[in-house]
Design a protein around this ligand. Structure first.
Ligand SMILES: [Zn+2]
Length: 122
């Protein structure tokens, strides 16, 4: 995928996890940190700031890593992907986060992106 697309998807990912964590884990202690984006060994001039609980930080780093190695030149909706790269557990969690935040943001498009395919890889 293009760098622009990668940056856009990274930002969207963080925004959704951030929102979810703020509302679902408001009593957890938060880690404040930054994520410097890089793609295909190029360091990009974009740094994202976040404040997430430990669990959500893990989710972010998992998803971000998957995004970085997405093999598709033109990234399809994840649910249409022939070869989903998420493990089932993470896939479900992400779907939950996307659904929760997506409804709040009114971005139903994004929700579809992570909809469960029903396809089993385990
Ligand atoms: Zn959280």
């Amino acid at each position: 995928m293009s760098e622009d697309k990668f940056i856009h998807d990274s930002k969207t990912l963080l925004k959704f996890i951030q929102y979810y964590c703020e509302h679902k884990h408001e009593n957890e202690s938060k880690v404040h940190d930054t994520l410097k984006l890089s793609y295909e060994n190029n360091s990009l001039d974009v740094t994202l700031e976040y404040s997430l609980c430990k669990e959500c930080e893990k989710t972010l780093s998992y998803s971000y890593t998957k995004l970085q190695v997405c093999p598709h030149e033109v990234k399809p909706s994840c649910r249409k992907c022939d070869d989903p790269c998420y493990d089932k557990k993470e896939w479900k969690l992400l779907a939950k986060i996307m659904k929760y935040s997506g409804m709040r943001f009114g971005l139903l498009k994004i929700k579809k992106l992570f909809k469960l395919t029903g396809k089993n890889n385990d």
